[in-house]
Design a protein. Structure first.
Lengths: 95, 483
């Protein structure tokens, strides 16, 4: 399966991932090659095969509903790009 | 002192033959002498000396754990509190981890010395260490060749005897492949054996931390410290940890070794085939029985992996958004611009490729055709292993198609690079433990023998590897210039 540069631009937007304009065609080629590689899977009959999401087929472990985390906001916010009044700052979303 | 194995160093420290501080200073000096390898991203000299002084006090007081005072280093994927944890990426170049990974906590409690953080492919995506933001690691056996990846810094540093052992992680071969290319012993444990808490996630259903050492006996000591159930990792296995050193000397008489015919078909390089056959002959001499097994779905491992791993990575790496930590672009116009440019500037080309493929595979209309299909194939591959391991104790084969390739040789064609992991990837899909053991040389470059075992049978793997290392000396070879 072959992708177009428009497809790649759309996927990049969905992933919120900036790619340089001049690199779009090489990403398009790489992605098309990868899809060709994985296309081998389509020839295999997998009817009635249960998808395997996890190697040990574990179920999600439950624990008592008790708070175990301590508040580490100050430690976490010292490495944040921009904070003010203990809030993470981003550009204005609503005018 | 640097030629000693981790086991010998531990014995020497316990016996008081030398202090941890002397040892640590001697290794730090070697690290400074061999910066050209580019195996370290960060060297934590002051911390190491402080830890060594503490270790010496523990040793003097008696009853110190076996790794007390032993200098090791960690792949830069493990979060280390107060120390830069970059994961080989510009995105995390400014990231000082606010907490320790469970693995780091365990080594700290055991009194081990951390000399620093080791180079790696960006976010563990690569087979040559060439995707690292910090540059390529050079293979100590031939400086114009790659050290392998993604744990390339770990492998090169152990091979050059700059450290006595290292941690690594393996998602599709990232411990075993560099271990093979650098002539050291690598162990990828069963999925869930070692906690993933604080180990930066690439593909969460495949990632597993493990050991990179000179010998299998060294690996047993490191795994003993790393392994165990962790409530902080919801996929951690609630299984007892056996004594990994207890069975190292068991006889291999009657051991059943399975050789998958799909590993040994015409596509296997003739020199590699000869080297692996020679290794298997050593096992025959030790009384092992060789049985051919068939695993017809092995060839689908690469296609399934290159859907599952990118899908998981595209979800995992969405947390790198320029808001709470990591790289943020200058002067974002709006929130979308902040996300798009921060991620665009922070991630390298290979990481972007995998995020794009994963995003595509998980998008509406393609999810069943790619992601669910790949998970069904994953089941078929896992069933092949389960079937084979009903009749044999371990499965053997090559680790890599060739010895170390040239720097730059495969960077232009990503698919060619992916095929470097053709013999290792299936193990991750199944979640099984596997090792790479030094098994000879082709053109003066080391190669590895792969040993795959059943779930939670690491003790058996270590026994099988250790016995081979009693009758061969490949693991004792040191590259020229690093003796």
């Amino acid at each position: 399966m072959s992708l177009t540069t428009d497809d790649v631009n759309q996927i990049a937007y969905l992933a919120r991932l900036g790619i340089d304009h001049q690199d779009t065609s090489s990403y398009t080629q790489n992605l098309s090659d990868m899809l060709e590689l994985v296309a081998q899977m389509q020839a295999v009959n997998t009817e009635n095969i249960e998808p395997m999401a996890h190697p040990l087929d574990n179920i999600q472990r439950l624990r008592p509903d008790i708070i175990t985390e301590t508040n580490q906001r100050d430690a976490f916010q010292t490495i944040a790009p921009q904070v003010e009044d203990k809030l993470y700052l981003v550009p204005k979303v609503i005018d | 002192m640097h030629t000693k194995t981790l086991t010998e160093i531990s014995r020497g420290l316990q016996a008081g033959d030398y202090s941890s501080q002397e040892l640590t200073e001697s290794y730090l000096k070697r690290i400074k002498q061999h910066t050209a390898l580019n195996s370290f991203i960060t060297v934590t000299e002051d911390l190491a000396i402080a830890q060594a002084k503490q270790a010496d006090a523990m040793l003097a007081a008696g009853n110190a754990p076996v790794l007390t005072g032993v200098p090791i280093a960690h792949k830069d994927i493990f979060c280390t509190q107060g120390i830069k944890t970059s994961c080989g990426s510009k995105m995390l170049d400014n990231f000082i981890a606010p907490y320790n990974a469970t693995v780091i906590e365990k080594f700290n409690q055991a009194g081990a010395i951390s000399l620093g953080k080791l180079n790696m492919d960006e976010f563990a995506m690569g087979s040559s260490n060439e995707t690292s933001f910090y540059g390529t690691v050079h293979n100590p056996w031939a400086e114009n060749t790659v050290a392998g990846g993604s744990s390339g810094g770990s492998a090169a540093a152990v091979a050059a005897r700059l450290i006595s052992g290292a941690t690594g992680t393996d998602t599709g071969g990232s411990i075993r492949q560099p271990a093979a290319l650098c002539g050291i012993t690598g162990l990828k444990p069963t999925y869930g054996r070692v906690s993933r808490f604080g180990m930066i996630a690439y593909a969460s259903s495949l990632d597993q931390g493990g050991t990179m050492t000179q010998t299998a006996a060294d690996s047993a000591l490191m795994l003993q410290t790393m392994a165990g159930f962790d409530t902080k990792d919801s996929t951690s296995a609630e299984q007892d940890v056996p004594d990994y050193s207890a069975n190292l000397n068991n006889s291999l008489q009657g051991l059943k070794i399975g050789l998958p015919k799909e590993f040994f078909d015409d596509s296997l390089n003739a020199e590699m085939a000869t080297a692996i056959e020679t290794a298997i002959n050593e096992y025959k001499k030790m009384g092992a029985e060789i049985i051919e097994v068939s695993m017809p779905n092995l060839k689908l491992a690469i296609p399934a992996y290159y859907v599952i791993a990118p899908a998981e990575c595209s979800a995992n790496l969405s947390r790198m958004d320029g808001v709470r930590f990591g790289h943020r672009c200058d002067n974002p116009e709006d929130l979308n611009d902040l996300y798009i440019r921060s991620r665009g500037e922070g991630f390298g080309t290979e990481v972007k490729r995998r995020i794009l493929v994963g995003t595509y595979a998980l998008s509406a209309g393609y999810y069943d055709a790619y992601y669910i299909k790949a998970q069904k194939i994953r089941r078929l591959i896992s069933n092949d292993f389960t079937e084979a391991l009903k009749t044999v104790d371990v499965i053997m084969g090559p680790v890599t198609p060739t010895p170390a390739f040239g720097i730059g040789e495969k960077t232009k064609d990503p698919i060619e690079m992916y095929l470097a992991d053709i013999y290792t990837i299936a193990v991750n899909l199944a979640g099984l433990p596997a090792m790479s053991v030094p098994a000879g040389f082709i053109d003066n470059k080391p190669i590895g023998l792969q040993i795959i075992g059943n779930y939670f049978d690491e003790a058996k793997l270590l026994n099988v590897a250790h016995q081979y290392q009693q009758v061969t000396d490949w693991h004792q070879q040191t590259p020229q210039g690093f003796e």
